[in-house]
Design a protein around this ligand. Structure first.
Ligand SMILES: [Cu+2]
Length: 160
């Protein structure tokens, strides 16, 4: 193979990589987040680097919580609302706010959802982004701080 042919082959490979792999990634529109009321939401400036894994945000100001996030507050009385509905397989942003003097951790009971966990300190809000399970059903969540679940800190995510 002459040098010129080799050069052209490499050029073709490089163009292929740019057009087929890189361009779609750069211009990919964000996936809509379905939360009950549909719409597009991203938590800026956090970039979700690994969509296979749930991603927790840092503490958010009220204005930083996406409009269509599922907002849940937690007190020693429990979670409010106690249940919420999502569509199977869709991207979800769940924002948890602690409204009492305790820290809380929202976790799911289901083994498959073990990585979905969001922790908040007193008066703080934090969000977690994840994909809803593909399997419709009811998924129980609870507060993982010792003693909290027995005082009623549990609820369910209904996947339809
Ligand atoms: Cu708790």
């Amino acid at each position: 193979m002459s040098n010129q042919k080799l050069f052209l082959s490499l050029l073709a490979v490089a163009i292929f990589i740019v057009v087929v792999i890189l361009v779609p990634r750069i211009f990919k529109t964000p996936e809509p987040i379905i939360t009950g009321e549909s719409g597009l939401v991203t938590i800026e400036p956090v970039i979700w680097t690994d969509p296979d894994k749930p991603m927790q945000s840092g503490y958010l100001e009220e204005s930083e919580v996406p409009d269509n996030a599922i907002a849940i507050t937690i007190t020693e009385e429990g979670f409010f609302p106690e249940s919420f509905e999502v569509k199977k397989g869709k991207k979800i942003v769940l924002a948890l706010t602690s409204e009492d003097k305790w820290s809380h951790i929202l976790k799911f009971q289901d083994e498959e959802l073990i990585e979905i966990a969001v922790a908040v300190g007193t008066g703080k809000t934090s969000a977690i982004t994840f994909y809803a399970p593909d399997e419709p059903g009811e998924y129980v969540f609870y507060c993982d701080i010792s003693g909290h679940v027995t005082r009623g800190e549990h609820g369910k995510m209904i996947v339809k």
